[in-house]
Design a protein around this ligand. Structure first.
Ligand code: BES
Ligand code: ZN
Length: 641
């Protein structure tokens, strides 16, 4: 326990004069007074030590000093709190943070706080317990991140497109915000924030927030960027990236950030962003976040995309050069409604974020590119879901429920196709049952009614019951709602998802399997999606000479499309087709997207002598992967660090 009381001590922020300026900024914009956490905080989150039902944070003022040489962030976080219960303790989540000092702000004066770091738990970290008084207004914490900060990926210049400057980005979802900010790290708690970020010249800082004014030059070749987030967000949406970034506008309220050499191609790829925003607004109500920008990250980004508010983070592997992978933008944009506006209350309710978002994503894609095109995407999703469900039913049947039970486990375990695709199909089944018109009215009212609030699965079901089911009990009885949400596998009333285009691609795979030469297949006009479906329907393993025939005719090994390339590697590996080996190694060393890496390493490890080879590649590539990807791949390859 560290204690101390000295009412006259001035915190460093006050000396610097920066904190008061930021607090003023927050007050002027009217965000400081918002009280976003009313009501819904009886929620029990097994992945947080925090006590928001007693005392909840409402606004964060954050000063970050980003140091690439030590790979740490020196920081000061000041939390405004609302203490309705007269609580004497504020509990924050932390993991691997070095806490330097904690102070309290009470009626304009500042004093040292008594605090302690509680017992460490795997995954969850340690609670930071701060003694407060009923009159405490704000809790100021000076701290540093450590090498344990799994939210942060620090990149060497050679891991970037420009190869000259380092890069840093954060990934806070699901419970990693606590590794770079002491916070109430539960999606049920929302807060507004103001931030000042100091970085070395000539780098640019961006956050999941609005930027305030031009950056200010500081002594020592450093620069300070100011940010303000007037809409209340949960901690998992806190995001920062620092690198050599350019920008290009896409529309009035949208644009793309990327390393300078990628800005043009990214802007071309995402040209439909503004149309997607309009489509989503027409369907589900106003876009409530001001701007929508996309940040293209270096290829080590472990995910496809991350819906950080106002600033989607995206993998560069969707820059296919033909806009064929922009469903990802539709998806992350759709989170501006499902997830960022109405937010899963705990990670057990993850399907409320992702299933709804996949549903919205399809509605956007259908509007922009037509029903047939979107039906291809839906069918690909269903096929993947069927595989996932078959696998999970063997050992973890409860993980095929929409409502999960992740207590005591890594919330990452819930990140399967079940939340995404079973969630989507459940909503599509409801749409079919009630008709699009009624369903759309329902959805829109859901987003309006619960905006900026957490939502439990049960909360959604009771709203559904009140607004739709209760009005048509006969219809509702046949929908098997409880089976969908609390039961295993895929219910019998699964909507039919059919794509004639994909059926043709599967038929082509059948012809090839029957001996037809690659050159005789009809593939004219195929999109990425038909190619994926075709590759997935080929028999396995194919003899090397048949793989060579495919490769010669379709140049698969040199494909610039990451999805097709990855799928091709997966087809080629079991057949022992050697020409893919070098490109595969290059891919594994360059790309850190977990969705690609996991199946590729798994497949490689299955081939003769493959496990040794996989481990050799992994040993080289591992330092360049994000901690989130490393966590999964260490398991797949039985890696002991
Ligand atoms: N929010 C998710 C990413 C995520 C989920 C990160 C859980 C950490 C924990 C994001 O919206 C997402 O779903 N990304 C997908 C792409 C999408 C098009 C399905 C991905 O990264 O694969
Ligand atoms: Zn998502």
């Amino acid at each position: 326990m560290q204690t101390g009381r000295c009412p006259k001590t001035q915190a460093r922020w006050w000396v610097a004069g920066l904190l008061p300026a930021l607090l003023l900024l927050a007050a002027v914009s009217g965000c400081a007074g918002r009280q976003p956490n009313g009501g819904a905080l009886a929620i029990k989150d097994p992945h947080s030590f925090s006590n928001p039902a007693e005392v909840a944070v409402t606004h964060l003022t954050l000063l970050l000093d980003v140091d690439f040489s030590s790979r740490t962030i020196r920081a000061e976080a000041s939390w405004k709190i609302r203490n309705l219960s007269g609580a004497r303790e504020l509990r924050l989540d932390t993991r691997g943070l070095t806490i330097r000092r904690v102070q309290l702000l009470e009626s304009g004066s500042i004093r040292e706080a008594s605090f302690e770091l509680g017992e460490e738990r795997p995954l969850l970290g340690q609670p930071l317990v701060v003694r407060i008084e009923p009159g405490t207004e704000e809790v100021l914490i000076a701290y540093e991140t450590t090498g344990e900060a799994d939210a942060l990926q620090w990149l060497e210049p050679r891991q970037t497109a420009g190869r000259k400057q380092p890069f840093l980005f954060t990934q806070s979802q699901a419970i990693l915000a606590r590794t770079w900010i002491p916070c109430q790290d539960t999606p049920a708690v929302r807060f507004t924030y103001t931030a000042a970020v100091e970085v070395p010249e000539p780098l640019t800082a961006v956050m999941s927030a609005g930027s305030r004014g031009e950056p200010r030059e500081l002594p020592g070749g450093r620069k300070r960027f100011l940010f303000e987030m007037p809409q209340a967000i949960p901690s998992y949406l806190m995001a920062l990236a620092v690198g050599d970034l350019g920008f290009k506008a896409l529309g009035e309220r949208s644009g793309v950030y990327a390393e300078p050499s990628l800005v043009e191609s990214a802007a071309w790829e995402f040209a439909d962003t503004e149309k997607m925003m309009l489509a989503c607004e027409e369907l589900f109500g106003p876009y409530r976040w001001g701007r929508y920008d996309i940040l293209v990250l270096p290829p080590s980004f472990p995910f496809g995309g991350m819906e950080n508010p106002r600033l989607t983070f995206a993998t560069p592997t969707i820059l296919a050069g033909d806009r064929s992978l922009v469903a990802l933008v539709a998806h992350e944009l759709a989170h501006s409604w499902s997830g960022n506006l109405v937010t899963n209350a705990t990670w057990d309710d993850f399907w409320l974020n992702e299933g709804f978002t996949v549903y919205l994503e399809h509605r956007i894609m259908e509007r922009l590119y037509g029903r047939e095109y979107d039906e291809m995407l839906a069918r690909l999703g269903l096929d993947e879901l069927s595989n996932t469900v078959d696998e999970l039913l063997k050992d973890h049947p409860a993980d095929t429920h929409l409502k999960l039970d992740l207590a005591g486990r890594d919330p990452d375990d819930g990140m399967t196709d079940v939340a995404y695709e079973k969630g989507y199909l459940f909503l599509r089944m409801l749409e079919n049952a009630f008709g699009r018109e009624r369903w759309d009215v329902f959805l829109r009212s859901y987003f309006d009614r619960f905006s900026f609030q957490p939502m439990t699965t049960e909360g959604f079901l009771s709203f559904l019951d009140r607004e739709l089911l209760a009005k048509d009990r006969a219809l509702a009885a046949g929908l098997r709602i409880r089976e969908w949400v609390y039961g295993p596998g895929l219910p019998g009333n699964l909507p039919a998802v059919r794509s004639a285009a994909l059926e043709k691609a599967a038929a082509a795979a059948g012809y090839f399997a029957a001996g037809v030469k690659a050159g005789a297949l009809k593939t004219d006009g195929w999109t990425t999606h038909e190619w994926l479906h075709f590759l997935r329907h080929l028999p396995s393993p194919l003899p090397a000479e048949r793989l060579a025939d495919l490769d010669e005719v379709f140049s698969l090994t040199t494909s610039k499309n990451s999805e097709i390339l990855c799928q091709w590697f997966l087809v080629a590996l079991p057949g022992g087709y050697r020409p893919v080996m070098e490109p595969l190694e290059g891919f594994l060393e360059r790309v850190g997207r977990r969705k690609f890496l996991s199946p590729l390493y798994r497949e490689l490890a299955k081939t003769p002598g493959g496990l040794r080879r996989a481990r050799k590649i992994y040993a080289r590539a591992r330092p360049g992967y994000h901690p989130v990807a490393i966590g999964t791949l260490d398991g797949i390859l039985g890696w002991q660090d």
